[in-house]
Design a binder for this molecule. Structure first.
Ligand code: HEM
Ligand code: SF4
Ligand code: SF4
Length: 555
């Protein structure tokens, strides 16, 4: 078997033009030619566009309510609106083929309530598809769909299809001329499948659509597909922990109000009533849901199926084009595991379980890593109480859970090397991560940098440690707030420093001398500005103290 290439920048000290910085703990293997092409021509251009738009949205709504950071939960919120408005509409809806159209028309006439509910149902459904498309493109451009993330991507595609089928069956139920177009197009498509014996299209064309069939369609729309969608979404997020399905309040209120205003300004309306004796000549197609039907004007139903299935399969197989390699999974060292479950609680990818002790130690449980689920983010290393660098000062640091290719002992020795290179009136150690702005650009005589897989990998005791070893300040620069590549890295780090989540940063550490920043690849200038401002603040703080000390000595 061919062994994978070693990570490109793992555990090496690089001599840059002027300064020495540490490139530690890479979580990425050297890109193959295929990956370089994918990233250069596809991921980067889209990602940079997102990052610029993100920055504007952060400015306008704050990181907390930035819709692009909550596309998954926003889709869930819109589905709630679809469900509630759908239930209201269903109560007034006549499920017979003769009464359906008139019942929908009566709702539309009551513009202030039933009409608004109908419009909300339609516009929220459209918004779901728009949000899912943005969600897909975003995960793609951030490369959050390959490797260990294949499962969420792969299982997302059937959910998208179920959503589209929900929309199609919904349009069918109005039984206007658009519904007629959809019904005939769908029948042509179904006829092309070898599973249906009699020709459905012929039944439509001779006006044989029975009440029973129409009621069946209503049942599929109201019960069958929603149940399947809920099941599909449950599978979709199964490999993630603490899934955000509740959208922040500000974003929820804003989205809801926008939909209500749209519903009042431009109420959803029907076409003329369906009439199988005529061919509708002017239709307002909903391109979010009905985009497949116009293809039937150019291709046969069989060809349309081939294209649709081809696109679906391509989408499902994308996580393996090309394959992304993940470094070895986290490893538990039972000699230093007391079963506290903090790593289990912090792991973003459900890769750790707590199981009955197997080594006869006095603790009840032990942490067990499932290598198939592990993202090698290292966040669990930052959680473990044994990752404390003050331990075993004269020996190799060993902890309860560690990364085989970038162990915590090496982070500690990297901090020693980094601190030894610092010269000048203030000494700053910068910790950065592999998925945000490159902190090594900040290297200077007073500033040493260490890059890790994720800033969530840094045990807070390291901040205390490097300050005790001579650093005046510690600057941590991860992904932008709310947008961690590993979901929770920067969030856990912030909570640990604020002493809101264990392991806490020791209460005696001066928080003024710790800076938690977040900078994407496009925020390099901002990062350098923030580091410079932090340095100046530390210098200003230090000088009066040194002056007083000198004056006291002189006296
Ligand atoms: C109704 C449709 C969908 C909903 C409601 C939905 C919702 C979500 C939610 C809530 C998350 C977790 C976000 C978090 O807490 O970090 C998620 C993750 C994800 N979704 Fe979807 N999703 C949908 C469809 C899709 C589709 C169609 C795809 C791609 C084909 C997709 C790809 C992904 C991926 C790759 C992740 C993993 C992100 C990560 O690991 O950080 N989703 N989705
Ligand atoms: S955090 Fe460390 S001590 Fe606690 S369960 Fe995990 S490995 Fe064991
Ligand atoms: S490295 Fe990351 S994904 Fe793997 S067990 Fe630790 S926290 Fe979970």
């Amino acid at each position: 078997m061919k062994s994978p290439t070693k990570p490109s920048n793992q555990n090496i000290t690089v001599q840059s033009d002027k300064y020495q910085h540490q490139l530690l703990a890479s979580d990425t293997y050297k890109d193959t030619l295929g990956e370089q092409t994918l990233k250069k021509f596809f991921h980067k251009p889209i990602n940079y566009t997102y990052l610029y738009v993100d920055a504007w949205l952060n400015f306008a709504f704050g990181t907390k309510n930035n819709p692009l950071y909550h596309l998954g939960s926003l889709a869930f919120f819109l589905l709630w609106i679809v469900l509630i408005s759908g239930l209201y509409v269903f109560v007034l809806f006549d499920t017979s083929i003769t009464g359906a159209y008139q019942s929908v028309e009566s709702m539309t006439e009551q513009w202030y309530l039933a009409g608004v509910m109908r419009s909300l149902h339609r516009y929220a459904s459209d918004a779901v598809i728009l949000v899912i498309l943005l969600h897909i493109i975003r995960e793609f451009s951030l490369d959050r769909y390959r490797g260990f993330r294949w499962f969420s991507w792969f299982t997302g595609v059937p959910s998208l299809w179920m959503m589209i089928l929900l929309g199609i069956t919904g349009y069918w139920l109005v039984w206007d001329q658009l519904a007629q177009y959809v019904a005939i197009g769908s029948s042509q498509l179904l006829d092309a499948l070898p599973i249906f014996s009699s020709s459905m299209t012929r039944n439509f064309l001779v006006g044989n659509l029975s009440d029973r069939f129409f009621t069946l369609m209503a049942l599929i729309h109201l019960l069958g597909l929603p149940v399947m969608l809920v099941f599909g979404l449950w599978i979709h997020v199964k490999r993630l922990t603490k899934v955000e399905i509740v959208v922040p309040r500000g974003l929820a209120i804003g989205t809801f109000l926008a939909l209500v205003v749209l519903s009042l300004l431009k109420p959803a309306v029907s076409h003329e009533q369906a009439n199988l004796a005529i061919v509708p000549y002017e239709l307002n197609l909903d391109w979010f849901y009905l985009n497949v039907y116009p293809l039937l004007d150019y291709w046969t139903a069989g060809e349309t199926w081939i294209v649709t299935i081809g696109i679906t399969l391509l989408l499902m197989l994308m996580p393996w084009i090309p394959i992304k390699r993940t470094p070895p999974a986290a490893k538990v060292n039972l000699d230093h595991c007391n079963g506290c479950a903090q790593c289990f609680d912090d792991c973003p990818f459900d890769a750790i379980s707590m199981q009955a002790r197997t080594d006869g130690a006095r603790w009840k449980r032990e942490a067990v890593v499932n290598p198939d689920l592990c993202a090698s983010c290292g966040i669990c290393v930052g959680s473990c109480p044994y990752s404390n660098p003050f331990r075993h000062a004269d020996k190799k640091l060993t902890t309860g859970i560690d990364m085989p290719e970038f162990p915590v002992a090496e982070i500690r020795s990297a901090t020693h090397t980094a601190l030894a290179t610092l010269k000048g009136p203030v000494k700053i150690l910068v910790f950065g991560c592999n998925h945000s702005a490159d902190v090594t650009d900040a290297d200077a005589s007073e500033i040493a940098t260490i890059k890790l897989a994720c800033t969530g990998m840094i045990p807070p005791s390291f901040i205390d440690y490097v300050m005790k070893k001579g650093a005046d300040g510690v600057f941590v620069s991860g992904c932008r707030c709310g947008d961690c590549y590993y979901r929770f890295g920067n969030r856990w780090m912030e909570k640990r420093v604020r002493a809101e989540r264990v392991p806490h940063l020791h209460k005696k550490v001066d928080r003024q001398r710790v800076y938690l920043g977040g900078a994407a690849e496009t925020d390099k200038a901002k990062l350098l500005r923030e580091i410079a401002a932090f340095r100046n603040m530390l210098l200003a703080d230090k000088q009066p103290a040194e002056k007083t000390k000198k004056e006291a000595n002189d006296e």
